[in-house]
Ligand binder design. Structure first.
Ligand SMILES: Cc1ncc(C[n+]2csc(CCOP(=O)(O)OP(=O)(O)O)c2C)c(N)n1
Length: 358
């Protein structure tokens, strides 16, 4: 016999603060126009950063094919506006933490191309002395707290970083990036639950690039609007497309301001798309060329260049930006190639030894 227990009656919950629903949908046609009177020089600087990321990623792909880089390599091509726009909303002393798809985010946070490429090449001059590689871009000076390989594993760590800021009252905000594949992982819920409960100064940025390896979101989650997860924690949320870097900066600035001034977290779902496979070993057969081409029409670099050109930026200026970026990447590649590999001394000082020896 089945005994049905009466459901406990609970008072209705006050609805959490929400962004207006119309702000959670895609623009009807293409990316939004730039705000009136936008700062052309600022946008040109953001464009340069995005171009630098793209060229570094292209150089990394070449070096990987030549056998100069070992292990995994996950490229950020197509997603540049997310890192650049979001990090533009921060102060230099704010913290950033992310997944293994970390090159673009590390560069946007201020890591030098030399330190990044040398790390990919496994050289001692790399940001992690050549011991971490592609998935572990860490830069203490620029408050870049790493790339992590375990999907969702860094989200509770991010909550811990934000807790430290609250405890020390240091007025810093943490940005935590992850893919939509992390949203069904336990660590996501642990991190968001504690951040909301303890009112931590953090912004969770889900870069929804539609695929977790080869699995589309529709095959792994019953509700495809990731931002709705915030409701379960009484957390503010936002959701938008990342075609326009100024829009990303503006929307993330709102969440950063909430975090800094009121100490409250936000979950932001940023819709984006990766143009390459999941990693270098992925031929991306799970999607069609037509789908990829459609997304390339929304390339954030092309879009930004169009806005700048309309605002009067001349071809000569674009050529100058391009050649400056290319020179920076070429210099870093030479530096990485010529740097030494880490010796045993680095290995010993970077692993547990002495009283901690196994
Ligand atoms: C806990 C865990 N499970 C599985 C994997 C294998 N894995 C590596 S990347 C990945 C897909 C993650 O996709 P997403 O979070 O959407 O990020 P994206 O690669 O799209 O940036 C998986 C399942 C892992 N690294 N960690």
């Amino acid at each position: 016999m089945r005994i049905l227990l009466p459901m406990p009656t609970a008072p209705p919950l006050a609805p959490p603060a929400l962004v207006p629903p119309e702000r959670t949908t895609a623009p009807a046609q293409g990316a939004p126009p730039p705000p009136a009177g936008f700062d052309v020089e600022h946008l040109a600087a953001l464009y340069r950063q995005m171009l630098l990321i793209r060229r570094v990623e292209e150089e990394s792909a070449r070096a990987y094919a030549e056998g100069k880089i070992g292990g995994f390599l996950h490229l950020y091509i197509g997603q540049e506006a997310v890192a650049v726009g979001a990090i533009a909303a921060l102060r230099p002393d704010d913290y950033v933490i992310t997944t293994y798809r970390d090159h673009g985010i590390a560069l946007a946070k201020g890591m030098s191309v030399r330190a990044l490429l040398a790390e990919l090449f496994g050289k001692v001059t790399g940001c992690s002395k050549g011991l971490g590689g592609s998935m572990h871009m860490f830069d203490k000076e620029h408050h870049m707290l790493g790339g992590y390989g375990i999907v969702g594993g860094h989200i509770p760590l991010a909550a811990g970083v934000a807790f430290a800021s609250k405890y020390r009252a240091d007025d810093k905000v943490t940005l935590c990036f992850f893919g939509e594949g992390a949203v069904s992982i336990g660590g996501f819920h642990e991190g968001l639950g504690l951040a909301a409960l303890w009112k931590l100064p953090i912004v969770f940025i889900c870069e929804n690039n539609e695929y977790a390896m080869g699995t589309p979101l529709s095959r792994s989650m019953s509700v495809e609007d990731v931002s709705l997860k915030a409701l379960g924690y009484g957390m503010d949320r936002d959701r938008f497309f990342a075609d326009d870097v100024l829009e990303v900066e503006h929307r993330i600035s709102e969440a950063v301001q909430r975090a800094r001034e009121h100490g409250t977290p936000t979950l932001v779902e940023v819709r984006t798309y990766r143009f390459r496979g999941h990693s270098m070993s992925d031929p991306a057969k799970y999607r069609t060329q037509a789908e990829l081409d459609e997304h390339k029409k929304r390339d954030p670099l092309v879009h930004t260049r169009e806005i700048l050109a309309k605002a009067g930026v001349a071809d000569a200026r674009f050529a100058e930006i391009e050649s400056g970026v290319e020179a920076e990447v070429a210099d870093a590649r030479k530096f990485a190639a010529e740097s030494a590999e880490p010796g045993l001394d680095v290995l010993a000082s970077s692993t547990y030894s002495g009283p901690f020896a196994y």
